[in-house]
Design a protein around this ligand. Structure first.
Ligand code: HEC
Length: 216
């Protein structure tokens, strides 16, 4: 009899608790960040989520690569990004001669107006300081500081620009920018080996002259 009383009290209080639940209001969310998925719908406005206590900022996680995206590049446009670009490797294989010709064509169209067809920083827009463009473009072959820049930094500069040089990201796609970086590097290599060859030939000429003098 005592048991029956306990059971009936429990059952009654259970009924009371359930009937007190107001179904017209949504239940309380304890961890809305976990409950609500990161729904992404095109054109949907997710900006009101913070009013519901969902605190994420609607953006994909940093470093996300979108589907089908090629040659992703994540370094930001700041001094840290610039410094880190030095260690970014060119994702393209080495260009063959036809591809280098295409890279040269892209360079001549986009860069030569300032940096010159000889990459010496003296294009028609600057013309030794007499041209309409006041800032001196970098000498891409004769300046050891520029010659020491990695392909990653060349890419970074083309992507974001530097000081008075603008970004070329809308003119050249990612692959084209890496191609131009390889083109500049190939020209720098050529410029580096040229003076060395000259020095060699003077040395040989000198040696020949001294041998001549000795023979006399
Ligand atoms: C409108 C003129 C102009 C054009 C076009 C231009 N540049 Fe420049 N570039 C400059 C100037 C000016 C600087 C010097 C910026 C500075 O350091 O203040 C510069 C600097 C550079 C540097 C040196 C960056 C460094 O870290 O010091 C590189 C590399 C470079 N340009 C590559 C390119 C390439 C590649 C293109 C073509 C895609 C290009 N530029 C197109 C004006 C130009």
């Amino acid at each position: 009899m005592k048991k029956l009383a306990i059971i009936s009290v429990l059952a009654l209080s259970g009924v009371l608790v359930i009937s007190c639940n107001d179904n017209s209001k949504p239940a309380r969310d304890y961890m809305p960040d976990m409950k609500d998925s990161r729904a992404y719908e095109t054109y949907a406005d997710h900006s009101n989520l913070s009013s519901k206590g969902v605190t994420y900022n609607n953006r994909p996680v940093a470093g996300t690569v979108s589907r089908g995206e090629e040659l992703p590049y994540h370094l930001p446009n700041d001094s840290t990004g610039y410094a880190q670009s030095a260690s970014v490797n060119d994702p393209l294989p080495r260009l063959n001669s036809t591809e280098l010709e295409e890279a040269e064509r892209l360079y001549l169209i986009n860069c030569a107006i300032c940096h010159g067809t000889a990459l010496d920083g003296n294009g028609p827009l600057y013309k030794g300081g007499t041209g309409p463009f006041a800032a001196k473009p970098a000498n891409l072959v004769g300046d050891p500081v520029i010659a020491a820049l990695s392909e990653g930094t060349l890419y970074h500069v083309m992507t974001y620009g530097k000081n008075l040089m603008g970004s070329y990201a809308s003119q050249l796609n990612r692959k084209q920018r890496w191609m131009v970086a390889q083109y500049i590097k190939s020209k720098q290599g050529a410029a580096e080996s040229a003076p060395a060859a000259d020095a060699d030939s003077t040395a040989t000429a000198g040696a020949a002259a001294s041998t001549g003098a000795m023979a006399k």
